[in-house]
Design a protein around this ligand. Structure first.
Ligand code: URA
Length: 189
């Protein structure tokens, strides 16, 4: 029988498929509505996420919550939020290819079980993984795509910047991210 999302989450809680298991406090599996039409996929947990066991609860997450509310009229409880890697990379370094590959089946199961209409990928790591491309986020964003190499789903993928890039950078990127979120909202209907 197929597993539920809760069952998959409890399996993932003991995951030792890669070395990131050694340094983590919590596996940050994901949170939100398991029947959501919208899924957002980030990169990996930071310090605050590792501490709380929840995705996007630090500065990036607060910005993401605000932009979603302002541009989509949605709160995080109305969607599902997950990451490419479920455990915090030390010192917030980028996740390595072998870590991404080891963690990928968890994300695939999430996508399969939630079966969202729209997946917003936040930044390079999730955009490249879900769209099976080496093209960077600056070129990818601004349009919607069918899912790349992952399990079969009818979801459309809408790549946008990672909120951390908006915090570091400029107004132009923020305006572009806002327009990507509007595109995602329209694709949900
Ligand atoms: N950045 C991410 O990519 N994911 C989080 O959960 C938090 C920050």
């Amino acid at each position: 029988m197929a597993l539920t999302l809760t069952e998959v989450a409890s399996e993932a809680a003991d995951c030792t498929r890669c070395g990131l298991a050694e340094g983590r406090t919590h596996v940050v599996f994901g949170m939100g509505n398991p029947h959501a039409d919208l899924m957002l996929v980030g990169e990996g947990p930071g310090a605050e996420e590792d501490k709380q066991g929840l995705p996007f609860v630090g500065r990036s997450g607060k910005l993401l919550d605000r932009l979603m509310a302002e541009e989509m009229g949605l709160s995080r409880d109305q969607c599902y939020i997950a990451n490419v890697v479920k455990c915090r990379p030390p010192d917030n370094r980028d996740p390595k290819p072998d870590e991404i590959a080891a963690c990928r089946p968890w994300l695939e199961q999430q996508v399969e079980l939630i079966s969202p209409r729209v997946i917003v990928t936040l930044g390079n790591f999730s955009s490249k993984l879900l769209l099976d491309t080496k093209t960077g986020i600056t070129k990818l964003r601004g349009q919607s795509y069918p899912m790349g190499n992952m399990i079969s789903t009818t979801a459309v993928v809408i790549p946008t910047y990672h909120p951390a890039a908006i915090l570091r950078g400029g107004g132009l990127q923020e305006a572009q991210m806002r327009s990507d979120l509007v595109r995602a909202r329209m694709a949900m209907t």
